[in-house]
Design a binder for this molecule. Structure first.
Ligand code: ADP
Length: 401
């Protein structure tokens, strides 16, 4: 791989970092005006062996990939920073924005300070599958680029104005006082989808009754009324709500007690089942990946049941949120499954005619942009989400630029 400087932004740059459980997505934006993506890519398979970095240089069209050693997020971040230095673009970066999954009531974006880092370390147990590695990424940038402003962009922020009835969990009140309540996640994606909806459909659509369905490995929905998030399917942690790749979504709390008792599980073992062994993977026993399951479903009843469970539960959540909103004007599909699977969208929407949801087969097969049929009451859209762009916009706003 050759390194070069063609992707060097001509104006001040913002680097957006989006860390997942085994990946880091990154994107360098030119931010004089609306942020424009220049150099972007992803490190995959962190901690799993066979890690790689793939990149695209939007300016020159250059793209490539390389195998790297990344036993953990710290080493992956160190590699990424060195690689960006090698691309001769690090000195054009004026700020780094990090996706931070949990911010509790914080709305952000917030400058990373020792106090903020100490606070994030304190709430780490709230999301042991994301926060520790996100903190590692922030710390790596603090260590390697000490003078560079860093901002935390919280995935929970979008939902911060939910009414109390949607936030409160029906457990003893003392836990709410400790912060155990519904927060909701995927907020950067939802904020982006609402901005895109405003751009594509105008302000009336945004001010209507909207359900946003972010269906990827992690899957959730948000109910939005008058432009404000009023409910969401994820809860205190991202394991709640819809079934996902490896998480169950909502389950009977008695199941937790039953499993812990009959299998004598430690909290860590239970967390492993809930975050890594359930959902599509748990039911199919083969894969957490919707594409794989759709390929397998004709000959494997377990795969067929996993796909049907996902579509059925998604339909149920749309019904629930339509009730919460008092009807539905716009339904937006996003995330890897929502953006790409006509079959899943069609199976979710198939029985929603009573709500005014009707898909156009050809438009659905073409993945959008509008997939609803003619004069149906509900406009159904597919919008490709862009969390990194949302991070860049949030950083620009946060820095007042
Ligand atoms: P993440 O939540 O990790 O960002 P993505 O949003 O990329 O995940 O979504 C990944 C999911 O999208 C996987 O289950 C993948 O199989 C699914 N997916 C991607 N393309 C398709 C497709 N054409 N048909 C069905 N599922 C798809």
């Amino acid at each position: 791989m050759t390194q070069g400087s063609s992707s060097r932004p001509s104006g001040p740059g913002v680097l957006a970092i989006n860390g997942g459980s085994s990946s880091i997505k990154f994107a360098l934006f030119e931010t004089d005006g609306e942020p424009r993506r220049r150099l972007y890519g992803k490190i995959d398979r962190i901690g799993l062996g066979g890690a790689s970095l793939v990149f695209n240089d939007a300016a020159s069209g250059r793209q490539g990939g390389l195998g790297i050693e990344a036993p953990d997020h710290r080493s992956a971040a160190d590699f990424l920073i060195g690689w960006i230095e090698g691309e001769a673009v690090l000195d054009s970066v004026k700020a780094v924005g990090h996706r931070v999954v949990h911010g509790m009531e914080r709305t952000g974006p917030e400058r990373v300070t020792p106090d903020l880092l100490a606070w994030l370390n304190r709430i780490k147990p709230y999301d042991p599958d994301h926060l520790p590695l996100e903190i590692e990424l922030i710390e790596a940038f603090c260590r390697r680029c000490p003078g560079l402003p860093q901002l935390a962009c919280f995935d929970t922020a979008f939902h911060s104005a939910m009414p109390r009835a949607a936030r409160l969990l029906p457990i003893p009140r003392r836990y709410d006082a400790q912060g155990v309540r519904r927060y909701g996640f995927h907020g950067l994606s939802y904020a982006y989808l609402m901005e895109e909806l405003a751009r594509l459909s105008g302000v009336e659509a945004v001010m209507g009754r909207v359900i946003l369905a972010h269906l990827g490995n992690g899957a959730s929905m948000a109910a939005v009324l008058d432009g404000r998030g009023v409910d969401t399917s994820m809860g205190f942690t991202p394991a709640a709500g819809l079934p996902m790749g490896t998480r169950p979504g909502d389950i009977d709390p008695g199941v937790a007690w039953h499993l812990m008792r009959t299998e004598n599980l430690t909290p860590e073992q239970f967390n492993r089942i809930i975050n890594h062994e359930s959902g599509l993977l748990g039911v199919s026993e083969t894969s957490s990946d919707m594409r794989d399951l759709i390929g397998l479903q004709a000959g494997d009843v377990r795969a067929a049941e996993a796909v049907e469970l996902f579509c059925y539960q998604a339909r149920k959540w749309i019904g629930a949120f339509a009730a919460a909103l008092g009807g539905l004007d716009t339904l937006v599909f996003s995330g890897g499954i929502g953006e790409n699977s006509a079959e899943v969208r069609s199976r979710i929407c198939g029985a929603l005619g009573f709500l005014g949801v009707e898909l156009d087969g050809d438009r659905n097969a073409a993945n959008g942009p509008v997939i609803s049929a003619g004069p149906g009451r509900v406009v159904v859209r597919v919008i490709r989400t862009d969390e990194e762009l949302m991070i860049a916009r949030a950083v620009c706003r946060g820095l007042g630029g």
